[in-house]
Ligand binder design. Structure first.
Ligand SMILES: [Zn+2]
Length: 367
């Protein structure tokens, strides 16, 4: 399987369009035409990971954090990034990153963390906004099924656990072809009245161009009348953070002990005080932007990382805020990432292996 085929399949599940603006996701180093051998997944691209990939004959490394993020001015062994880029290209290793888009899918960083902590009834803490559109097209009735099927195949009308969702209402369309028009129905110069369906579907904005071209191809008219509306609805399928319930309420002490154990860490930093913890929000990695969402949704505690002194201070009256470490709150996603990649390999009849790194890339140590 080529890198480009993998990318297409993977991005159907983890769309780059849901990543934060300014993030750097996708194929960072490599040739789309390369045939994949094996793959290695890790949180970070480091020299140890690259050496491990060589050893495991994996010419595709998939990381969560993008190696190329800040502007790179030189590619020489003098910088960590330069040395690594040289090493990867010399060894013909392709590097792919899924960062905030991997945070935002339901099997990604945040849902993995929530499940690791044993939460149930998990939903997205902060659904992405303004990502949905409504497409409405007017179709002669005998073509409605064909046009709808083409639009569905391109991804329109798929939402949560449902697909082929649409609505049709009947009406009359009118038109008059002029001059060199070649109308599908009727005669040039005469106004026609046609029984049409108003066919409407929800579509995620990044699928619009594919849906439009499928719809135009299947539609019999020379000029197709259609409308596109941006929607203010929240997209509950994607977003940052997660929130759920512990199976039974825990005291603050038992909760903190459980978090340490489940995340395999010897130290937590926290502020606030909660006599009982039941409703828990999580955000793997730097989650300070979502504390307010957690409070608004009445979470007793939030498990995240990279908390600053003043952030701890600002919210101590409102929530038990736990900093469990950036690496510790994200590493759990690798299992799901590896199985998503394996799933694509087997669907595409590629018999390469998918390895989860055996190296810890955590730069932070606890003494
Ligand atoms: Zn991170």
């Amino acid at each position: 399987m080529r890198i480009s085929q993998f990318q297409k399949q993977f991005e159907n599940q983890v769309p780059p369009a849901i990543a934060w603006k300014g993030d750097n996701v996708g194929l960072l180093i490599g040739r789309p035409a390369h045939q994949i051998t094996n793959a290695l997944v890790a949180l970070d691209a480091t020299k140890e990971i690259a050496v491990e990939a060589v050893r495991k004959k994996a010419n595709l490394i998939i990381t969560h954090h993008p190696l190329l993020f800040h502007p790179v001015k030189t590619l020489t062994p003098l910088s960590r990034v330069g040395e690594l880029v040289l090493f990867l290209t010399e060894h013909k290793i392709n590097l792919y990153a899924a960062h905030t888009n991997l945070d935002s899918v339901k099997w990604g960083v945040n849902f993995s963390l929530a499940k690791q902590l044993g939460l149930t009834d998990i939903t997205i803490l902060s659904p992405i906004k303004e990502s949905l559109a409504k497409i409405v097209v007017f179709v002669p009735r005998d073509h409605s099924d064909v046009v709808a099927a083409a639009m569905h195949a391109a991804g329109a009308g798929t939402f949560s656990k449902y697909d082929t969702c649409s609505f049709r209402s009947e009406g009359t369309g009118t038109f008059r072809g002029m001059n060199d028009a070649q109308p599908y129905l009727g005669t040039v110069g005469e106004t026609e009245k046609v029984q049409e369906d108003r066919l409407e579907m929800l579509v995620e904005q990044w699928k619009i161009s594919g849906v439009l071209s499928a719809m135009l191809k299947a539609h019999p008219y020379e000029e197709v009348a259609y409308d596109l509306y941006p929607l203010l609805n929240k997209n509950t399928e994607y977003g940052l953070g997660a929130i759920g319930l512990l199976p039974k309420p825990l005291s603050q002490k038992s909760f903190l002990t459980m978090v340490k154990k489940k995340l395999g860490t010897d130290a937590l930093r926290f502020s606030g005080n909660s006599s009982t913890v039941r409703r828990v929000a999580v955000c793997g990695g730097s989650g300070s932007d979502y504390i307010r969402d957690a409070i608004a949704q009445e979470a007793d505690a939030m498990v995240t990382a990279d908390m600053k002194y003043h952030t701890f201070q600002d919210y101590e009256e409102h929530i038990l805020l736990v900093d469990a470490g950036h690496y510790e709150t994200e590493i759990g996603v690798l299992k799901n990432l590896a199985s998503a990649v394996s799933g694509i390999f087997s669907e595409q009849h590629h018999n390469g292996k998918v390895y989860i790194t055996q190296n810890s890339t955590n730069p932070v140590h606890i003494f």
